[in-house]
Design a protein around this ligand. Structure first.
Ligand code: RB5
Length: 155
């Protein structure tokens, strides 16, 4: 069975997102959550939220977000509980972030990297698996504890 992946982008990432969909669709079950049309007035939090909620709910196993820099989408996605999003423009981080940190959303900057690297990073991210060693589980649990505390209104 193909891995289920949700993808989204604002106007800054629109063209790269479409290229990623085309080039990855043979190998992954992709849900494209927009943008559907190029609109210079659209806002990255809308697409980041859609992809993050798809992943957090389990409708998608992984998410990819593309905006101009990748930064805004990453900040927004991480506001959704259960999301561990990161901006990775090198292949080591793209797979190690999954292996050690259980990263579930990859963020890319279309104004920073080209399509060939974006495809390579996406594949590295999508093929990587969390390594269930005690130290990685322990660290992930500490991250989740910070999230739980914030959700309960604690700082
Ligand atoms: C949109 O122009 C741009 O600000 C956005 O795509 C992104 O780079 C934000 O981080």
């Amino acid at each position: 069975m193909k891995l289920a992946m949700a993808i989204g982008a604002d106007h800054g990432g629109f063209d790269l997102k479409n290229e990623l969909v085309e080039r990855l669709r043979a190998d992954y079950d992709i849900t494209d959550l927009g943008a559907r049309t190029l609109d210079s007035g659209d806002d990255y939090p809308d697409f980041a939220e859609a992809v993050a909620r798809a992943v957090a709910s389990g409708r998608a196993q992984r998410g990819i977000l593309v905006c101009g820099s990748g930064v805004g989408a990453c900040i927004a996605a991480n506001k959704v509980p259960g999301i561990r999003a990161a901006l990775c423009h090198d292949s080591y981080s793209a797979h190690q972030g999954v292996e050690h940190d259980d990263m579930n959303v990859l963020c890319l900057g279309a104004r920073v990297i080209g399509p060939e690297l974006a495809v390579e990073l996406s594949r590295a991210f999508l093929e990587a698996q969390f390594v269930s060693e005690e130290r990685f589980i322990r660290r992930r649990e500490k991250v989740l504890a910070i999230e739980r505390q914030a959700l309960q209104g604690g700082m």
